[in-house]
Write a protein that binds this ligand. Structure first.
Ligand SMILES: [Fe+2]
Length: 207
C-alpha cells in the first residue's frame, strides 16, 4: 500500500487545480472553487483523523486533497466519471491508497445499483466490480463523510449538503433519503471514534 509524500501530493494537487481553474474560466465559472473544496475536504478529514486513535491525519489529509483529482476529465466530458478517472490516475502513479478513496468517495451506498447513476453504464459497472473486491475501511468512510460535509470550501451540515445536491444534480428524493440515512450512520461512526460530536469538532452549527 503506497501513498504520495506530502510534497508530491501538493504537486499533484496544484496540477489538478490549474486544470480545473482553466476549465472554469473557459466555461465562465468562478475559478478556485474546486481548489477550495479539495482543501476543505483535506482539512476536515485531517481534523477528524487527529481525534481517532486508529487513523493517520497525514494520510487522511492526502486522500482528502486528491479525492477529486479526476475532476478535470469530467469537467471536460460530463460522461467521464471523475471517481474512475482519479482511480486510474492514482493507480498508474502507484498510489493505491489514494486511488481507492478517489473511487469510493462517490459511493456511500456500498451496494449501489449502476443504473441509478447518469454516467456511462459500463463505467458504473466497472466501479461496481472494483468495489465488490474491497470492504470499506475508515479512510473510505472518512473521505465520503468529509466530502459530504464540504459544500465547495464551506463546511456545513449533512442536511444542508443533501438539499444542495438534490437541487444541483437533480437526484430523486428517494436517492437523497438513502444517501442522507447512510451519511448519518457514518457521522455516528466518527462521533463514536472521536468520542465527541464531529459537528462540534468541525465548528458546524446544527440547525
Ligand atoms: Fe469532492
Amino acid at each position: 500500500m503506497t501513498l504520495p509524500t506530502h510534497n508530491k501530493a501538493l504537486e499533484i494537487f496544484e496540477e489538478v487545480c490549474l486544470e480545473t481553474d482553466k476549465l472554469d474560466i473557459e466555461k465562465g465559472k468562478i475559478p478556485q472553487t474546486s481548489r477550495k473544496h479539495f482543501l476543505a475536504v483535506a482539512e476536515c478529514a485531517k481534523k477528524i483523523a487527529k481525534n481517532c486513535k486508529n487513523l493517520d491525519p497525514e494520510k487522511a489529509y492526502i486522500c482528502g486533497l486528491l479525492h477529486d483529482c479526476g475532476q478535470p476529465s469530467e469537467n471536460r466530458d460530463c460522461n467521464k466519471f471523475h471517481g474512475l478517472v482519479g482511480y486510474h490516475k492514482m493507480m498508474e502513479m502507484g498510489f493505491d491508497e489514494v486511488a481507492r478513496t478517489c473511487l469510493t468517495h462517490s459511493f456511500p451506498e456500498y451496494d449501489f445499483k449502476p443504473e441509478r447513476f447518469s454516467y456511462t453504464h459500463s463505467e458504473m459497472v466497472l466501479c461496481r466490480n472494483l468495489i465488490n473486491n474491497i470492504s470499506y475501511n475508515d479512510y473510505d468512510l472518512l473521505i465520503q463523510y468529509s466530502d459530504m460535509l464540504c459544500k465547495g470550501g464551506l463546511v456545513t451540515t449533512l442536511k444542508d449538503r443533501i438539499i444542495y445536491i438534490m437541487n444541483t444534480y437533480k437526484i430523486s428524493i428517494k436517492d437523497a433519503r438513502i444517501r442522507y440515512r447512510i451519511m448519518l450512520k457514518i457521522k455516528k461512526h466518527f462521533d463514536k471514534l472521536c468520542g465527541q460530536d464531529t459537528y462540534c469538532l468541525l465548528g458546524i452549527k446544527n440547525d
